[in-house]
Each structure stands twice: as structure tokens, then as C-alpha cells.
Design a protein around this ligand. Structure first.
Ligand SMILES: Nc1ncnc2c1ncn2[C@@H]1O[C@H](COP(=O)(O)OP(=O)(O)OP(=O)(O)O)[C@@H](O)[C@H]1O
Length: 259
């Protein structure tokens, strides 16, 4: 098991609220991790700290590439994206007036900009790269059953497909680690089931690490290899789904809710 991401005593305070409080977590290569916790527990804030949207009040985030450790503190989101982080958001953030294909191509271009000279003078290499990008984008869309809507405007897609497009767009950046913030939010049971299978397929096919915030316990418990539970900004428990489901403190935190 190779560690790919690790935090040390990661904390952030907003005024008097300590939203993330000395969190120590780690993610391994090709691991699917569930991040759960009651509303306001600090899950999205933790994602924002990991991906560079927020800088911590104290503590560190590090990524590992083999033996090489890269400190992430101080790096803005786009620099972390270049290091291999990609994410989706709780609220869909697509380029709604662009087509589905353009949304994916833009993500690819942002993550690996074309050589300026090639782009300026439209060299044969530039055209080849553009063709390759388009083929890769279409292949990703096909995997998500969306090749047939490649030329639709993103705003015209049904909600479930918009959510899936967000994942395709994140994958287009070839991340090492993918953060999914409530990917099943607002989906119906059939869409959720299809998404569950897709997330597993992504993990197997791309051999990447996925960290998933999700309120749908069936989804989390079905696909996570390990689960972290946050409560009041702290890690309350971590373990396999079955360990978490039997954990007394977790049961207490979720009293009245089915885990
Ligand atoms: N930018 C901010 N300014 C002030 N307080 C914030 C900010 N972001 C988050 N918080 C507070 O931090 C705490 C954790 O919020 P966060 O959104 O991370 O929780 P969550 O576990 O993702 O919740 P949910 O499951 O409802 O999405 C909350 O008390 C929230 O009000």
C-alpha cells in the first residue's frame, strides 16, 4: 500500500468556529475512501483544504509520488490540479453555455496547456494533439454513456447527466486522486445505482484514488474500502465499512439514522 495523500493535524477556524480540527487522514494508491458525517461536520471544508481552496490555520497536506513528498501548503487549486488532484463540487459548476464536449476539452486544455508556439502557428503537431484530445474526450464520454450528447449544450442535459459530466470533466485532467463531493445528491435511485457502478468502474479502470463525500449510506458502504467519519470537524472514527457500521461512537453520532 503506497500513501498518496496525507494530512497532519490539519485545522481551519472561521472566526470562532473550528470547522476542521486537527485532522489526520491518509489515502493510499487506488483506494476508494468514503468521507461521512452529519451536516456541518466539516467534510466540504476538508475537501477545500485538501484541494487548496482554503489554506489551513495550522497543519499540513502532503502528496507523495513514489518516495517524493510534495508539501501542498501554500499551493493554490490550479497548482494542486497539476500535481494530480481533481474534484467535483456539491453544486454543479459546468460551463453551461458550452457543449458537453467543449466542457471536457476545456478541462483538458487547462490541465495541460498546448505549447504556445504550436498553438500560435498551428503546427501539424498542434493539430495532432487537438485530434488526440478530442478522441480521448469522446472515449471518456462514451464510458459515461454520454457520447450521443457530446454536441448538446451542457445546460440542456438532465440533472443526472450534468452530475456525470462533472465527473468526466474531472477525469479529463488525468488525476491521481479524485475528490467527489456528494456526487449522488439529487439523483433518483436508478441514477444513484448507475453512478455507484460507474464510480467503481472508474476506480478499477483508471487505478486512481477516490475520496467520496456522500450522504447516501448505501452508496458509501457498498463501494468504499475505507471510511472516515467526521464530527464537529474531528475524525470520530475510521475503518472498513463494516467496522464503521458497528462503531459505538458512530452509532451514537448517527442515533436515529440508519448507518
Ligand atoms: N467560509 C466559511 N465561513 C464560515 N464558516 C464556514 C465556512 N465554510 C464552512 N463553514 C462552517 O464550517 C462548518 C463545516 O461546514 P462544512 O460545509 O464543511 O460541513 P459539511 O460536513 O460539508 O456539511 P454538509 O454535509 O451539510 O455539506 C459549518 O459550521 C459551516 O457553517
Amino acid at each position: 500500500m503506497t500513501t498518496i495523500l496525507k494530512t497532519h493535524d490539519l485545522s481551519i477556524a472561521f472566526g470562532g468556529v473550528i470547522a476542521v480540527d486537527q485532522v489526520n487522514i491518509e489515502a493510499h494508491d487506488n483506494e476508494l475512501i468514503g468521507l461521512i458525517g452529519p451536516n456541518g461536520a466539516g467534510k466540504t471544508t476538508l475537501f477545500n483544504l485538501l484541494t487548496g481552496v482554503y489554506q489551513p490555520t495550522s497543519g499540513t497536506v502532503a502528496m507523495f509520488d513514489g518516495q517524493r513528498l510534495s508539501e501542498m501548503n501554500g499551493l493554490p487549486p490550479h497548482r494542486r490540479a497539476q500535481q494530480g488532484m481533481a474534484r467535483t463540487f456539491q453544486n454543479i459548476r459546468l460551463f453551461t453555455s458550452r457543449t458537453v464536449l467543449e466542457n471536457v476539452l476545456i478541462a483538458m486544455t487547462i490541465s495541460s496547456p498546448a505549447q504556445t508556439v504550436g498553438a500560435l502557428f498551428r503546427t501539424p503537431k498542434f493539430y495532432q494533439q487537438e485530434t488526440d484530445k478530442k478522441q480521448r474526450a469522446l472515449a471518456l464520454l462514451a464510458m459515461f454513456d454520454m457520447a450521443n450528447v457530446a454536441n448538446e449544450l451542457a445546460c440542456n442535459l438532465p440533472y443526472g447527466q450534468q452530475r456525470r459530466l462533472e465527473i468526466v470533466r474531472a477525469l479529463a485532467t488525468k488525476p491521481k486522486i479524485l475528490f467527489l463531493d456528494e456526487p449522488a445528491a439529487g439523483m433518483n435511485p436508478q441514477e444513484t445505482q448507475a453512478l455507484t457502478e460507474l464510480i467503481q468502474q472508474v476506480q478499477t479502470q483508471f487505478k486512481m484514488t477516490i475520496i467520496l463525500i456522500e450522504h447516501d449510506m448505501n452508496l458509501v458502504m457498498a463501494i468504499s474500502q475505507r471510511v472516515y467519519v467526521l464530527e464537529y470537524g474531528k475524525v470520530l472514527a475510521s475503518g472498513t465499512p463494516s467496522e464503521i457500521q458497528q462503531h459505538p461512537a458512530v452509532i451514537k453520532a448517527y442515533l436515529g439514522e440508519e448507518i
